[in-house]
Ligand binder design. Structure first.
Ligand code: PLP
Length: 363
């Protein structure tokens, strides 16, 4: 195992000018424009992790037989760097992303990256491209670490014998455009995202590849997002698109338990910890679509929200399935959703105390 990686630094001679950068930062969108640099670290069976470098952002040259193109041995992470009121830059719980990256790696038969190297790679990229971290309210620099299988071979009797880990970064406005509008969701009974023993808990691209058709169906049904149900009964709620879900019963919060088919969100985990301080109870449990509908109709289930790094906390306003549809509360963002969102955003942007030591200063 690698003890310490030294990053070779090659700065970009064609880095964009301050004026070009400011133009992008005025309206960054999400995941469309990337900063001037990227990080890469290679792994081979003999050498382990080596050839760590920061280099100009740019295309990769890969043999067409490279195994990631054929067998999707790939995984990724997503987190953000936030500008603080004093101008410094922080990340939110990056070691939690490092740990999840390695849990995903084990499931995908890929090598683990030492957590220190993962965090160091983020720090190096953010420090180098620090001027790309937006100062506008609610904006951030989205960081995308990922790993691909690079062996140019089509044999399927063993996993790839070489890998490339990379980090790229993209300035981001809020994820869903148009402010904090409650989303409408489609209950997918035709498709499943994950089954027991599968890769549901791993943040791998393959989960997304298999999900696009259901997301497209949701849009065809007039909804914003797909809600995933369990693989056997198509009854138990798991997640919404790429976000976890919380159900609010007055001051009691319930989120689907991590059965192995759900992605263990770091935002989800943070809300489970924060709830008590805000005067709520929070628990992991099981919610069926019948309970969801009945709870909304009786008024017992007052709010539903989705959570994840990209969109933080997003209210769910209405639900549609093949043979039913209903609204959540009065269809507008509820007070518990808003309070949790404000608290989390406040910690990330440095306007609320960080009692849990989640903030990791980068520069
Ligand atoms: C990344 C992701 C989440 C949210 O995880 P966070 O760590 O909170 O960003 C939820 N569901 C899926 C499927 C994801 O890929």
């Amino acid at each position: 195992m690698t003890t310490h990686l030294r990053f070779d630094v090659q700065l970009n001679p064609q880095a964009r000018s301050a004026a070009e950068r400011e133009q992008v930062l005025a309206s960054p969108g999400f995941g469309q424009v990337f900063t001037d640099h990227m990080v890469s670290i290679d792994w081979t069976e003999g050498e382990g992790w080596h050839d760590a470098k920061l280099q100009p952002y740019g295309p990769l040259v890969l043999d067409p037989a490279t195994s990631v193109f054929h067998y999707a041995q790939e995984l990724f992470e997503g987190l953000k760097a936030y500008r603080q009121p004093n101008g410094s830059i922080v990340a939110f719980r990056p070691y939690a992303n490092a740990a999840r990256f390695n849990r995903s790696a084990l499931r995908m038969a890929m090598p683990e990256l030492p957590e220190e190297a993962f965090v160091e790679s983020l720090e190096l990229l953010v420090q180098t491209d620090r001027d790309w971290v937006p100062t506008a309210e609610g904006h951030s620099l989205y960081l995308r670490p990922f790993m691909i299988a690079t062996q140019p071979a089509l044999g399927v009797n063993h996993p790839s014998r070489s890998y490339k880990y990379m980090v790229i970064a993209s300035p981001a406005a809020s994820y869903f455009t148009g402010g904090l509008k409650p989303v409408s969701v489609w209950l997918s009974t035709e498709y499943t995202r994950a089954a027991p023993g599968g890769t549901g808990f791993a943040k791998c691209g393959g989960n997304y590849a298999a999900a696009f058709v259901a997301q497209r169906q949701a849009v065809e049904e007039g909804c914003d997002q797909v809600v995933w149900l369990d693989a056997f009964e198509h009854r138990w709620v798991e997640e919404m698109g790429g976000m976890n879900l919380f159900f609010v019963f007055g001051d009691r919060l319930v989120t689907p338990a991590l059965t192995g088919t759900l992605l263990p969100g770091i935002t989800r985990d943070s809300i489970l910890s924060l709830a008590a301080e805000l005067g709520y109870t929070a628990e992991e449990g099981k919610i069926s679509i019948e309970e969801w509908q009945a709870g909304c109709e009786s008024g017992e289930l007052t709010e539903v929200f989705a959570c994840g790094t990209a969109a933080v906390v997003t209210p769910v306003g209405s639900v549609k399935g093949v043979d039913r549809s209903w609204t959540v509360g009065d269809g507008t963002p509820g007070p518990v959703t808003m309070k949790i969102r404000e608290e989390l955003v406040g910690i990330q942007y440095g306007s609320r105390p960080d009692a849990h030591h989640w903030i990791h200063k980068i520069c």
